[in-house]
Design a protein around this ligand. Structure first.
Ligand SMILES: Cc1ncc(COP(=O)(O)O)c(C=O)c1O
Length: 400
């Protein structure tokens, strides 16, 4: 029988302080509980098609069938997971750097696992390293960095009211970093703002990072959702050309649409193949302490796709279709009102509306439109037939 009081002496768990609830999860719960049939949930962080669904890619279904038929063992693979998976990612992610022996990579449980592992490695090397993070950023960055025990320093990245990158302030912030400090950069499709650095801005940031001896850490979770696989990795590849040391946290969860299967990788570059091998030994040690080895299924299916020219071509067609939808919805939103025009210039699933908290709440109450308190919304969170209602409601909110 359960009792309110306990006579047990151990009450360490009972004494835990309450956890501040995750506002995005609370938002999803609120949207789910709203009975209005025409509700629009643009708080969610997954790709949706024109009908408002997040389907499994056809090519993924094919790869999973092949995996089911051909897999003969589920015995342990080790902390590196599926090595062929990481090898096959190299040309896609690294392009002209794919054959550089100073770069090594390993499978991780999603992009989050890669971020955690990368920051663990940094703490192992230099617990006093500071991590420079542009604001606003994806809400999971700070807890991961602080969870590892590293100090985080914020630099301004984006101005919500003028809907523009604060590039001068960003450079000023980076100029305050010392040799050995880490700079976290979004590879492409900046989450939460959709505002990516242009080619010249990447070149300038790369110059500062390499001249000041900073360690760039690139989080690339949306490759292929912006302009194309190669275009979206151009900033990362420029850093690899200019810097001896680079860390990359990569995710396949969006571009293969396998979110819950947790598919990602961590890549490292150092000044020599020997130093990279030594660093990777630390990476595997940290992985062993945290999750022993990454989950196999999703990475094995991605490996089957990338190991087959036809399946890879099929994947690229489906990836192009996801990107085309993102950019088509952006164009439609941008054309609806001059105050939304900037959304057509941005990339990826997310953009931010310069709305007050009251305006965000009014959209929820009056129109059943659910977006994050910050005004961040998923441009492909809504079905095609909801776009006009969405833009009209946002215009009304702007008008006050
Ligand atoms: C900027 C950014 N980095 C990393 C991730 C991690 O993705 P996952 O752990 O689902 O692979 C996400 C997911 O939303 C993201 O937006």
């Amino acid at each position: 029988m359960l009792s309110e009081t306990t006579t047990a002496r151990a009450k360490v768990l009972a004494d835990l302080p309450p956890v501040k609830s995750d506002s995005l999860l609370a938002l999803i719960a609120m949207a789910n509980a709203d009975p209005r049939p025409d509700k629009i949930d643009v708080g969610v962080g997954v790709f949706r098609d024109g009908a408002g669904q997040t389907p499994i890619l056809k090519v993924m279904k094919q790869a999973e069938r092949k995996l089911l038929e051909t897999q003969v063992s589920k015995s342990y693979l080790g902390s590196a997971g599926d090595k062929r998976f990481a090898e096959l990612l190299r040309p896609i992610l690294l392009g002209e750097h794919a054959d550089d022996e100073r770069i090594a990579g390993t499978q991780t449980p999603g992009g989050c696992g890669a971020l955690r592992l990368g920051f663990e490695l940094i703490r192992t090397m230099n617990p006093d390293a500071r991590v420079f993070v542009g604001t606003p950023t994806w809400p999971n960055h700070a807890p991961i960095i602080r969870g590892v025990g590293l100090e985080m320093v914020e630099y301004p990245y984006y101005d919500r009211d003028s809907c523009a990158i604060r590039f001068g302030a960003m450079l000023e912030g980076l100029n305050g970093a010392h040799e050995g400090d880490v700079v976290l950069l979004h590879g492409v499709c900046h989450n939460p703002t959709g505002a990516d650095l242009d080619e010249q801005q990447w070149a300038e940031v790369t110059r500062i990072v390499s001249q000041r001896g900073l360690l760039p850490f690139v989080d690339i979770a949306y490759q292929g959702f912006g302009r194309g696989l190669d275009e979206d990795a151009a900033g990362l590849r420029g850093l690899l050309s200019a810097c001896d040391e680079v860390i990359v946290a990569q995710s396949c969860d969006k571009n293969f649409s396998v979110y819950r299967d947790r598919v990602g990788s961590l890549f490292l570059k150092t000044g020599s193949a020997e130093a990279t091998a030594k660093a990777m030994a630390h990476v595997y040690q940290r992985a062993r302490e945290m999750w022993s080895m990454p989950p196999d299924h999703g990475a094995a299916a991605v490996r089957i796709i990338l190991d087959d020219a036809q399946l890879t071509a099929d994947w690229k067609v489906e990836l192009d279709a996801m990107r085309d939808r993102i950019n088509a919805v952006r164009a439609r939103i941008a054309a609806a009102d001059p105050r939304l025009a900037y959304i057509g210039q941005q990339f990826g699933m997310f953009s931010m509306l310069p709305l007050s908290m009251e305006q965000v709440l009014a959209l929820r109450e009056r129109h059943a439109i659910y977006m994050a308190d910050s005004g961040r919304f998923n441009v492909v969170g809504m079905a095609d037939d909801s776009i006009d209602r969405f833009t009209a409601a946002v215009a009304e909110a702007f008008d006050g």
